[in-house]
Every structure is written in structure tokens, then in C-alpha cells.
Ligand binder design. Sequence first.
Ligand code: NAP
Length: 455
Amino acid sequence: MAIETVNPYNNEKVKSFEEISEKELDNKIETAHQAFQKWKKTSVEKRCQLLEKVASIMKNRKTELAKLITLEMGKLIEQSEAEIDMCISVYEYYAKNAASFLEDKKIKIEDGEAFVRLTPIGSILAVMPWNYPFNQVARIAAPNIAAGNVILVKHASNVPQCAAIIEEIFTEAGAETGIYTNLFIASKRVAKIAEDKRIAAMSLTGSEGAGASLAEAAGKNLKKSVLELGGSDPFIVLEDADLDKAVENAVKGRFGNMGQACTSSKRIILLEEIADNFIEKFKKELQDLKVGNPMDKDTEVGPLSTEEAAKKIAKQVKETVDAGAKVLLGGKRMDREGAFFEPTILTDIKPGMVAYHEEIFGPVASIFRVKDEEAAIELANDSSFGLGGSVFSKDLKRAVAVADKIETGMVFINEHTASRPDLPFGGVKRSGYGRELSALGFEEFLNKKLIRIAE
Ligand code: NAP
């Protein structure tokens, strides 16, 4: 895959970048390795000052950064700005909390003393996706850099300008070369990097195939990995839910970022009693939206990230409909240039159909009707994914009991699944393993070293 910016609004190629050579890659890994030797000895206060500076530069350059996101992957400009805000909050969160997260954790024992000290392990390779090109990077860079690790990022090939500018911002913030490194390389070169002794561990956010490939390479080399993969989050609306709130959340949860989020509310599961009412309100919200250039603030429906992404969604929807599902809204490519696909609602989806089993990474809501709470839970769990999910009910005790039975890494009650710096993020099943964000994400790539003092 070429490393290039192609504007998905009109599919025009804007800029392309050269891959780095093997020698350049080796130099960058060595520089990162050397930088780690110093960085791990730097005080946590100094490391956090770097993150604060990164956050402050991003605040000053917010408009420029947001425009880059919109140019490279088509996100509506207001959502791109919101992504930069979120990203800033991740850097600020770790700048504020790293010192307390790093405090020794005393272990209660009867003889002598023991405690766990968190220590950095080295260079972390992070393979990143295009859908939140700044925020996904912040989730791995901020905690690790605060903790004394260094980061090498292989970003998605379609967001090279975002990739390059993050490194530029770290440099502008005063980071010594090697603390944050951008690698312009093709994905097929990742497995070989795993063999390098100077790389301590690796993380990937992306599809199942890419995750399996990275995990295999990490496993062969006995290196720790964290995988944040796809999802097909259930969004359960019980009959006693606040329907307007549920509809509002379903629209945002499914169609934010044009449906291209791992935690999009991809399967909307409605109890029969409220299904007609919900669907009517939901459809109304999605009709007559203004389609246009994602750079324009009044545009409500923009393109998908790439032409290939739009083609893939069209294929998945066609196959689902050919197998007997019904289209309640949209269902096809728009008759215009660019990577556009209509906001779509599918119903009557049955096991065996593509939309039942696969992740649809675009603006397609799959709606299911079930007879009761038990059937909702059963359907929610009939998925190979286990990332997030939502339950809507006015009875919080009941909602928590339902949440408890859902096989995912996260469940949000009366809210669509979301990402916040202070809450752990990650999945189970084929959605991956490990956590990002919060104190749990902070510890993933640290040695939890036991120090025991005998009596
Ligand atoms: P993708 O194709 O897997 O790409 C993600 C990253 O992995 C890119 O940098 C890509 O590089 C790289 N890559 C691809 N194949 C690889 C391989 N065999 N070995 C090593 N690296 C490889 O994913 P996508 O389709 O662009 O992104 C969407 C997916 O990411 C969805 O499934 C979504 O749910 C998931 N996602 C998950 C989370 C989460 O936190 N759980 C967050 C966001 C997205 P190239 O671009 O060069 O191919």
C-alpha cells in the first residue's frame, strides 16, 4: 500500500511519502534505544512537562490539525476538532496522574516488607489505525512516555501527514530525538521489527487480521503485545428506557465518525414493545441530512475514509440484503464523486448473514427485535467480538444486571460506548486483549517489579 494522502471527498491524490530504507529503520530503532537509556532516568516531573507542552502545542494548532484529519480520512470538521480536544485531554490526564500511578504499591505481608515498583521496559512499537489518527496515538504515547518508555509509531498508510505532524509536535515540545519516532513503513515490515532485540513490546489497534499477524510475531519473539481490535457492539434498549435519550445516543453512537469507530453501536437490539416507536424516531433523525464537504461546518454526512472502505461497505450491505435482510433507509453508494455511502438502516437480519457476524465499519445500523431481556442478552453475546456495549433502562439495578451478563470489555448504561482518559478501554474475545487509558492502560508496558525486604 502506498503511503499517501488521498482526499476521500473527491478521491484526489494530494501528497505521497517515501518509505524509509532498512538502514534508516535500523538507525531510528537505535536512536530510540539510546534515547530510552536516558529517558528512563529522567524524573517523572520532567517527562510530564513534555506531555503538557505537547498538549499546549496541540491547543494552539488545533484548527490546522483538525483540517489534516478531515483532509486525510474525511471526518466531519467539528468531529475532527473534538478529536483533537480528546487527544489533548489524554496527554493532560497522564501529565497530571503519572506521578501517582508510579507510586510504589505496598503488599501486606506478615514478615518483613514488600512492594511493587513500576519500571519502564524500553522501546514500544505501536501500529495505529486511521480512524482517530491523533487520539489513538495519544492513548499509547502519553502513558508510556510519562512512564519512561519510548515510542515508535507505524501509522496507517492513509494518514501520513497526521503521522508526521505528531512527531513534529513532540520535537517542537522539546523531546529528544528517539522519544517519539514516526516510521514510514509498509505493514509487511512490522513482523520483522518484532525480532529486533531493541524493541521491548508492541501494540496494535486495527483489524483482526493485522492483530493476529502482530501477535504471532510478538509471540514468536516472546514479547508482550496489546491488541485493540474490531467490535460489533450491542446497543440494547429495554422497554422501560427513556426512548428519546436512547435514540439520540444510537444516532451518535452509530453514525459518529461515519460509523468508523471500533465501539460504534453496530447492533441495535430493541425489545418488541418499543421497537416500532424507536425505529420511527431513529429513521426520522437520519433522513434529509446534509451531504457535502466534510471541511464545511454545516455538512452532516461526509465520505468514508477511502474509496476501498466505501466499496467494502457496499459489498457487505449487498450481500446481507441479497440474503434476505430489509433496507429501511439508504443501502447504497451515493451518486457522486468521493467515498460516500448513504446512512443506512438494515432490519430482518438473521444468523448466517454478513451483517449478523461481520463488523460493518461504516454508517450502517443493524436493527434487531427481541421478545425479552433474556433474548437481548443472548443475541448480544452471539458475536465473535467483545469490545463494548450499551444498555438503556430507567431501572439502573436491572441495567447493571444485564450489563453483568454481556460478554464485552466495557458496558455503558444509558450512554453509547465512549472513550475517556480516566476509564479503561479494551475488549475480550476477538476484540483483542489488554487495556488502554486510565491506570490500567498505564501499566500495560511496565515491569511490575517486586521488591522484597526480609525481616
Ligand atoms: P487495519 O487494516 O488493521 O490497519 C490498522 C493498522 O495496522 C495500520 O497501521 C495498518 O497499516 C496496519 N496493518 C495492517 N495489516 C497489518 C499486518 N499484517 N501487520 C502489521 N500491521 C498491519 O485496520 P483498518 O481497517 O484500517 O482499521 C479499522 C479497524 O480497526 C476496525 O476493525 C476497527 O474496529 C479497529 N479499531 C479498533 C480500535 C480499538 O481500540 N479496539 C480503535 C480503532 C479501530 P497499513 O495502513 O499500512 O495497512
